[in-house]
Design a protein around this ligand. Sequence first.
Ligand code: DGT
Ligand code: CA
Ligand code: CA
Ligand code: ZN
Length: 584
Amino acid sequence: MVRQALSFDNDAVAAVLDEIGDLLELKGENVFRAVTYRAAARAIRDLREPLRMYVEQQRLAEIPKVGASVGDVIRQLLETGSSKRHDELLAAVPQGLLTLLRVPGVGPATARTIHEHLHITTIDELEEAAKNGRLRKLPKIQARTEENILKSIASLRQRTGRALLSDARTAASRMIDWLRQETGEQRVEIAGSLRRWRETIGDIDLLVASSSPGPVMEALTRAPSVLRTLARGDTKTSVVVDRGVQIDLRVVPEASWGAALLYFTGSKEHNVRLRGIALRKKLLLNEYGLYRAGEEKSGAPVASSTEDEIYAALGMQWIAPELREDRGEIQAAAAGELPELLELADVRGDLHSHSNWTDGRDSIAAMARAARARGYAYIGLTDHSVGLGMTQGLNVERIRERNAEIAALNMELAPFRILTGTEVDIRANGRLDYPDEVLALFDVVTASVHSAFNQTREVMTNRILGAMRHPLVDALSHPTGRLLERRDAYDVDLDQIIDVAAETGTRLEVNGGPERLDLPDVYVRKAIAKGVRLVTNSDAHAIEELDYMTNAVATARRGWATAASVENTRSLDALMSIRPKRPR
Ligand code: DGT
Ligand code: CA
Ligand code: CA
Ligand code: ZN
């Protein structure tokens, strides 16, 4: 890990602390110390201010789990770009061990066993050994572990190096603010897959309308987040910012703004089909405008300054960027049959969030006030059930205590309403983590899978269907369980899940967590077609994460969702009157 001291932001520090935790465990040293480093990493990821401020104001000790030794590591990282403790551990532990630990399912004990007996240090060697059944012959490693290791390696190979939507949004917004501030240009917009809200982003495309490209390009290359410049030209410049994300910036003349925005928003497939339609009308579409064929060099365009005019000249409605994937949107726009898409402003509340009663950071009061400040009418606090030992799920006594707190807060916050909820675990055997009389204590029950991800398709599907058939289960959360760029969806028959959701009235969640975006857009569309009702949720574990609702709404829009198919666009009264759920 070689990084400049200046670029150590909170996430980078947290990553080093996590790695120290791993190294301590690999050395077989003190397990509790490892736990401390990881807990500190987690606390740092949750901070709202940069660590630098804490160091400058000598407030490091205020951060949970940050004691003297973790504090030393943080100060050294910020001041010198490396930490003595980290470097010593790296020197003491063979690099190959750390590589093995990167494979999900390989813990420190397994890594050490594999390393000691087989001298394996690379993922390729590990895969080879697993395929040949050599791992299961080692002490304390079972056939099952070997299979899981193979699956993990397969999903590691799935990593594409694309950025998460949220990370790309953050990087793009920062850059847009900077460019506006430095150049005074007003038309600075996002294009490409990021404007379409695709779930992962290859690179960020920005577009600026200006008659003087030079100063804009120059402002881009000296932006604080830029690590290096890849290429600098008259109309396009590319740079790399934090986390290795690339930004392509193009400067276009004001007059061709609409045509350029259309062209560089894509998708490529959408553009190809649009150009085909243009050709049939004897028109030519490029990034400068829509022209009568033969006049693109000399004549004035038929349309060019806004997307609206161009789509209109092609005989169709303006198409929202989220739909531009050539999945039938062009035909629908030509027929005037595009859906009126869900908007963030339609959302009246959030039905999946966590407080510090379980693994969230903020109190119920803080979460509720933040939700109310956003103009919501209600928030469902769905803290975890007991089975998730690691997150200290709630037992019955604590549920009653928590309900009393919520009731008191509701008196104070009315007409805003906190719904008492649970995210109840669907156990490996299909049972719910609470008996019915406990489930009945909640206003909102959302069920989800958090364990035994490797079950067969049939077992997993039936496990989930059973929960959906339970009359007290209102919704199914993050239905595929995927973590983008990290973990594949579990093997589940989503078409069957969708059918049973329609049959039982169980809502399917569109979870806006940056790694989830689950239900994925194509299944959102299938679900709507079958009459399934959706809920868009943030799954926030802290007040600022309520923003993840934006991702959920975008994913729903990519699945052609209207406000009518989304339950949490209803008023509080309308929402409560349909519980318990009723079949379609
Ligand atoms: P990404 O970056 O992989 O997430 O996906 P995009 O869609 O942002 O792709 P990108 O960055 O290569 O290009 C941005 C847009 O520019 C793309 O959606 C459509 C347009 N574009 C780029 N190259 C071509 C091309 O060769 N032909 C056409 N028709 N459009 C292009
Ligand atoms: Ca792109
Ligand atoms: Ca690009
Ligand atoms: Zn959750």
